[in-house]
Write a protein that binds this ligand. Structure first.
Ligand code: GLA
Ligand code: ZN
Length: 684
């Protein structure tokens, strides 16, 4: 648990005193106290201040600020300041500057602007991290390290250093050119490589272009997949250099870097192995479905085996970088903060504590707004939440969310699905996963979102949406899971390729064919305006007689699986659309098409009920979210009302003390105000 040194839900956020006159610092401290703020993330973008030239380091401001915060009872999440290199470095050592997708060498500017394979960048970033660790290793305010900031936040680099590093990375992966040529299927379009030096990065100058629907289009999926892996690894190497530099001096201080939810470019499952605690930045839009935000929290929680995570950033009120930067309505910041806690966060932190006056983030919300005093709606709401978190103390810390359902999520599969040329540009991996998640969410059933490497034995139901890429060992693992009594669901466009995006010949869904008891002969892609129908065979199953479906339709044959529903239209009318195969003690379902939302809800509701997977409370009104966190045998039930109006919640036999208002709830029906939250410590 990270919060040991300050055992409560940490409350605070990014604080940039280095961008202000000192005269304001004491006023900030006064306001932090009023708001119940006890952690400040310092030094995120201060590299140029800390190191004015190659040989000079100056941490006077940071020394003073660390002391001041400590005296004021505020702990520090200390960033390493390496997310934007200084201008002098770019001028003196142009290797730190990136080359963009079209081959243009960039100049100084922006942030996250360094080439990850620049020897200069790596050397000076690691040196900075080490200097900070040496200097502050015994500082009583230091709670946690925040390496860099939102890795991957800018474009990829295509410079000569990256190209050389890519060749090395490939040598390590494939050993020989023969193996590489096989993995990339280079006999296609005469691409055979006879020398490692012939290999170039896939970019706008070689294999790639910007495809339809914002997709990364490529001639060679194998090459582009490896470059994507390589790029994720290159940034991870940068992170690891800093990680090791700070660990050398502060082995007991936890280390994190702030992630971004379903951020496509970095394989966070791989990254999380090198992080002591996961932290992430949550910026939903006004119209982001609450279930989508819920899924992002669960994805982040799943990165480290369900361990609590940090909510590193959210805005107290509005963003500046979305097209329409709506205010969070009264109560919504509090509600969304508790949504994070409900799903495993042990910190609530903001970007930013004081609103800046210049450049592109001056219209980004902050705890302290431009007016400079505490008499604002936003400040009052922040202070209310601060007081509540103070009251909650350590009760929820390190408690776990337990789910009976898992959704498998895999970054490499995501890349491969969306790099694929055909069958449809409409297919979006995260959206397909979210459809399942959303259906469960509406049923009030929680799901973990986990990697294909996770231990599945504790789950009654495992859903693998669009498992296009089946990595080595995964088919076997799923067979064991189902064989031992588990229920697996997978969908259309699954079991097609291996890790190199090479098709498994002999019939789709490849290695999953035996487990699913089907053969997919063809895959039809429907136009956005086209629909087919799922016609249910067994009406007694609780499903409606038929549902709409679209996007992709696999044309499948049963090879032992029971056909539960068939297509209603087109030349494949009557062919299976939904099948279930008994395998060992369990069942493996195949949904051959992308259905309308109500199908998933009806179907999953039946499936869950028949497996004893129940909602946390007997019934949830639309827009009400429920989760359970458990610690030492004590359950805490969260009920969140995303509606602006009050709702009646049927709690059934769930009774206990509601911690935010200190009142007894006796189960049965109870009214929950608009945007309000209950955290009920359930009677044992
Ligand atoms: C990101 C960054 C912050 C800030 C916010 C603004 O999350 O990490 O530095 O730019 O966005 O929303
Ligand atoms: Zn580069």
């Amino acid at each position: 648990m990270i919060n040991a040194k300050m055992p409560k839900i940490w409350y605070g956020g990014d604080y940039n005193p280095d961008q202000w006159e000192k005269s304001i610092w004491d006023e900030d401290l006064r306001m932090f106290k009023l708001a119940g703020i006890d952690v400040a993330t310092l030094n995120v973008f201060a590299w140029a201040k800390n190191q004015p030239d190659e040989d000079t380091y100056n941490f006077d401001w940071l020394d003073e600020m660390m002391d001041k915060l400590h005296e004021g009872g505020v702990g520090v999440c200390l960033a390493t300041s390496t997310a934007a290199h200084p201008a002098w470095m770019a001028r003196k050592y142009p290797d730190v500057l990136q080359v963009d997708f079209n081959g243009n060498k960039r100049k100084f500017g922006g942030r996250h602007n360094s080439c990850p394979n620049s020897p200069t960048y790596r050397k000076y970033a690691a040196r900075m991290a080490e200097k900070l660790a040496e200097r502050y290793k015994d500082h009583p305010a230091l709670l946690i390290w925040h390496i860099n900031n939102e890795y991957g936040g800018a474009g990829n680099c295509y410079c000569d250093n990256c190209e050389a590093a890519f060749r090395e990375w490939l040598r390590a992966r494939y050993g020989t050119l023969e193996e590489l040529n096989r993995a990339w299927n280079t006999s296609f379009w005469g691409h055979t490589f006879y020398d490692w030096e012939e290999i170039v990065l896939p970019s706008g100058q070689s294999e790639e272009w910007e495809g339809m629907n914002g997709r990364q289009a490529t001639n060679f999926q194998g090459i582009s997949l490896d470059y994507t892996r390589f790029h994720s690894d290159s940034l991870l190497e940068c992170y690891k250099l800093e990680y090791e530099a700070v660990k050398k001096h502060t082995p007991d201080i936890p280390v994190t870097t702030n992630l971004m939810g379903a951020f496509k470019k970095l394989d966070y499952h791989k990254w999380a192995k090198h992080m002591d605690v996961v932290s992430w930045d949550n910026y939903p839009r006004f119209d982001t479905p609450h279930s989508y935000t819920g899924m992002m929290h669960d994805l982040m929680r799943g990165l480290k085996d369900g361990q609590p995570f940090m909510l590193m950033e959210q805005t107290p009120s509005q963003q500046n970088w979305q097209p329409y930067n709506s205010l969070k309505r009264p109560g919504v910041m509090r509600l969304w903060s508790y949504q994070a806690v409900a799903r495993g966060a042990d910190t609530i932190m903001f970007f930013q504590l004081r609103r800046s006056i210049g450049a592109c983030e001056k219209y980004h919300g902050a705890v302290i707004e431009h007016v400079g005093h505490e008499h604002t709606r936003v400040f009052r709401e922040c202070a209310q939440l601060g007081a509540e978190l103070g009251k909650l103390g350590d009760s929820l810390l390190d408690s776990r969310v337990q789910s009976k359902v898992a959704i498998l999520f895999d970054w490499e599969n995501w890349w491969a699905v969306e790099m694929s040329s055909g069958p449809s540009v409409a297919l979006k991996y995260v959206d397909e996963a979210h459809k399942f998640y959303d259906a469960l969410y509406r049923l009030g059933i929680g799901a973990d979102v986990v990697s294909v490497e996770a231990d599945l034995s504790g789950y009654d139901l495992v859903i693998a949406p669009v498992m296009y890429m089946v990595k080595q060992g995964v088919a076997n693992k799923l067979e064991q899971y189902v064989g031992a009594g588990g229920t697996l669901i997978t969908t259309f466009f699954s079991g097609i390729v291996d890790e190199n995006d090479l098709v498994k010949t002999g019939g789709y869904p490849g290695e999953l064919r035996k487990l699913l008891g089907i053969w997919a002969e063809e895959i039809d892609a429907l136009l956005p305006s086209q629909r087919n129908r799922i016609v249910v065979r067994d009406i007694a199953s609780g499903l409606k007689p038929e549902y709409e479906c679209g996007m992709l339709c696999d044309l499948i044959h049963s090879e032992g699986a029971e056909v539960k529903a068939v297509y209603g239209d087109d030349f494949y009318r009557g062919m299976p659309a939904l099948t279930v195969n008994k395998f060992g003690e369990g069942e493996a379902w195949y949904l051959a098409t992308s259905p309308e939302a109500s199908f998933l809800q009806d179907w999953l509701s039946q499936l869950c009920a028949s497996r004893g997977i129940k909602p946390l409370v007997p019934s949830v009104p639309e827009g009400v979210e429920t989760t359970l966190r458990t610690k030492d045998g004590q359950d805490y039930l969260f009920v969140l009302n995303h509606n602006a109006d009050a709702v009646t919640v049927e709690l059934g036999d769930r009774a206990g003390v509601e911690l935010l208002n200190d009142r007894q709830l006796n189960g049965g029906k109870a009214e929950l105000a608009g945007h309000d939250v209950w955290i009920i410590k359930l009677n044992k």
